[in-house]
Design a protein around this ligand. Sequence first.
Ligand SMILES: [Zn+2]
Length: 204
Amino acid sequence: MKTLTKEQFCDRAVKLCNNVLEDSDLYVNKFEDESFIIVESHEQNDLIEKLLNKYNLLDLLDFHYYDTITGFYDEYTTCSDCCEIIKTSPDSYCWQPDFILLECAIVCKKCVLDNKETYLDELIEEYINDSSKAFNSELFSIKDLLDDEWKTDDKVYQSGFHVGMDDNPEEIVSNLPDNKDFVFFVTNTSQFYVEFKILTRLNN
Ligand SMILES: [Zn+2]
């Protein structure tokens, strides 16, 4: 019996859906080098499975790929630059976003790292003097930000469930002098707390 690769399987699945559903807007995108389809409803998911069964595609597989080729739109999206899949929902307690969210775009790790300096500048613009936003260590290190202007000290702030972990970004910046700009940087996430630092520079 002929065995399909996952790539062939996914392409056929989407072709079938597009043939049967005139208004289908399902697309194959790449997720971690594999094909992937974002679906918007359980009905859409069920329909794909029915089609795969109807055309005996599932019988052509070594194992049940179906479970790993689709994901829901509230957990996955596509990169505004390269169209590859971005997983937007956490899957562990130490998860940190490996993408960036700009005013009109969401950008995957690969695209960010390909243009690291540009995106770093854009993010500083986005995060500066906003205590509700922070860099995280999935895409950048604090060293990427430190230069002649941006400085930090050894102080690590903690917010979480253990006694004394009650640092509050808003309170921290309320104590800054008026001539300082700031950005926050999350250095560590764990099951019960997060750790972060503050970087500051003299404003003009
Ligand atoms: Zn991308």
